[in-house]
Design a protein around this ligand. Structure first.
Ligand code: CO
Length: 215
């Protein structure tokens, strides 16, 4: 059997098992999607959101990219964010990074890796913003892992800077923002940063002022 054929076979077994356990399982799911959470995570195959939180299909709306970045010109991320906030009306947005993240490690080298240089550039910026703190950490792994925490915090702040989230904060006092880091060694998630709806931004220049017709 070819490797990919195993996935299709496992899918058949899974679907059968679901219906066996609960005959209406798929019927229920097909009709409604009302997740409370938007998850922005790393593409890393070792950090599957539903599995590590024991949640089920329908519970988390998910966007993943290398190093769980929120880049304000990324139309893919922004489209997911807008749909999650304005249509699904999620109550919480979680940015979940993970220790030992290859994307963050690569950003801390001087290697030129092709197209991905442009993506990793955003992480280099986070290093620059926090250089004073990071350069004081002598141990390499500790330094990378602290940057991973600071990167998660920066991406949460980036979500708060969007007009999408600021307008939702004004209109419905949600969503709340959470920055988490997953540890591959013990499977545990560590919360590192929180922003309740309506929190002040890290700099007032990013605050939008709305009149009644504002978008
Ligand atoms: Co990663």
């Amino acid at each position: 059997m070819k490797a990919y054929e195993r996935l299709l076979l496992e899918n058949k077994a899974w679907a059968k098992e679901k219906v066996f356990e609960d005959p209406e399982y798929f019927e229920r799911l097909v009709n409604v999607q009302t997740p409370e959470f938007l998850w922005i995570g790393c593409s890393d195959s070792r950090v599957p959101p539903n599995e590590i939180t024991q949640t089920h299909p329908g519970e988390i709306f998910i966007h993943r990219n290398i190093a769980n970045m929120v880049v304000h010109t990324d139309l893919n991320m922004l489209s997911v964010l807008q749909y999650a906030v304005e249509v699904l009306k999620v109550k919480h947005i979680i940015v979940c990074g993970h220790y030992n993240c290859g994307g963050v490690k690569a950003a801390m080298t001087h290697s030129s890796l092709g197209l991905i240089n442009k993506w990793l550039r955003n992480i280099k910026d986070v290093y620059r913003f926090n250089q004073q703190e990071l350069d004081q950490i002598e141990n390499y792994d500790d330094r990378i892992n602290r940057l991973i925490e600071l990167n998660v915090k920066e991406q949460v702040l980036n979500i708060a800077k969007t007009s999408i989230v600021q307008q939702a904060w004004k209109n419905r006092h949600a969503p709340h923002l959470h920055g988490w880091v997953y540890d591959l060694h013990d499977g545990l998630i560590k919360p590192v940063f929180e922003m309740a709806a309506g929190s002040a931004l890290d700099h007032p220049i990013y605050e939008f002022q709305w009149d009644d017709q504002a978008h």
